[in-house]
Design a protein around this ligand. Structure first.
Ligand SMILES: Nc1ncnc2c1ncn2[C@@H]1O[C@H](COP(=O)(O)OP(=O)(O)OP(=O)(O)O)[C@@H](O)[C@H]1O
Length: 304
């Protein structure tokens, strides 16, 4: 569905994407995970064929965005980071009129708009003004709108940023259903839980480059241990305690407010910590996540 080789994007002197290789296969959910400024949106805009490629090769559905932009855009759906719904129109017309832009005939537009309202659980809001919708409803409508041309490939730029946890889960369910229906999804996110929930494969992006790629499980297995013991001591004590616990794990991370000890058996680490007479203010054991992968690869946290 997408093939990028040495893909680059520059804005003047500044290189936002510094040569990345990506292959997205039909039917999968593929993620670009990375912090703000990593180059995710710049990559998505090139894939959406709305921002010119500066260097390297890019093929979308086998076509070249430089020469085949209109043909590509007619076969993909794009859900941008910011809601771009038309506040002047009601919910139904946001779908109907958008469909007309694609040259779809009125009867088909009407039929699809009704179907999509149902899919987005917004049928009873058909006549409502956009401004009356909650943030979650607006995102669902934006996704519904991006499906009006029955795209094979759907691009979603940070689909759940700014939504509360419940609204995020409803949206994930909507995306999951699309995937089951065979739509290829490409998602950018800086939420590790979103990437873990939705993506079959993902790339971790940082500073315009790909730091790692694979399935969430592969990345965690490759770059982290099974578990992590999180130890919270008094403010300013963490650095000085590293020497007392570093032999307990395969790796240690010192964060401003806690020590992370990476080991396959986190409970055994905690037992040793207590045996050594150390008394953390708080301690817990959890499974490794993509956040740990990111920390290992970049020394930074995903969400700052
Ligand atoms: N039109 C532009 N002109 C100049 N610089 C830009 C432009 N668009 C993006 N950039 C810069 O390119 C870098 C990558 O931005 P991009 O939006 O692709 O990152 P991102 O990973 O999507 O981050 P975010 O999560 O904040 O959207 C940033 O440093 C940004 O300031």
């Amino acid at each position: 569905m997408i093939s990028a080789v040495g893909l680059r994007k520059s804005f003047g002197e500044f290189e936002a994407v510094k040569g990345i290789d990506v292959e997205v296969r039909r039917g999968e959910a593929f993620g670009f995970l990375g912090p703000n400024g990593a180059g995710k949106s710049s990559t998505m805009r090139m894939i959406a064929s709305v921002s010119p490629v500066t260097g390297g090769e890019l093929r979308i559905l086998g076509m070249d965005p430089t020469s085949d932009g209109p043909a590509i855009r007619s076969r993909i759906g794009v859900c941008p980071q910011e809601d771009t719904l038309d506040n002047e129109l009601n919910v139904f017309d946001n779908l109907f009129i958008y469909g007309r832009y694609f040259g779809i005939d009125k009867a088909t537009c009407r039929e699809r708009a009704h179907e999509l309202l149902e899919f987005a659980v917004l049928t009873d809001k058909a006549k409502a003004k956009v401004e009356e919708l909650s943030g979650g409803m607006k995102r669902r409508l934006t996704i519904a709108r991006s499906l009006i041309n029955r795209p094979e490939l759907l691009l979603l730029d940070e689909p759940t940023t700014g939504l509360d946890p419940q609204a995020r889960h409803v949206l994930w369910d909507q995306l999951f259903r699309l995937k089951q229906a065979g739509v290829t999804l490409v998602i950018t996110t800086h939420y590790m839980d979103e990437a873990e929930q939705l993506c079959d494969r993902l790339v971790v992006m940082d500073k315009g480059l790909i730091a790692a790629q694979g399935s969430p499980r592969e990345l965690i297995q490759h770059y982290s241990t099974r578990e992590v013991a999180e130890l919270r001591f008094g403010v300013g004590e963490h650095e000085s305690l590293v020497g007392k616990v570093e032999d307990l794990g395969e790796r240690i991370e010192v964060l401003p407010d806690r020590l992370l000890v990476y080991a396959d058996d986190g409970e055994a680490v905690l037992a040793q910590v207590h045996e050594r007479g150390l008394q953390p203010v708080a301690a817990l054991v959890r499974r490794s996540s993509l956040e740990d992968v990111f920390l290992r690869l970049t020394g930074r946290s995903l969400v700052d």
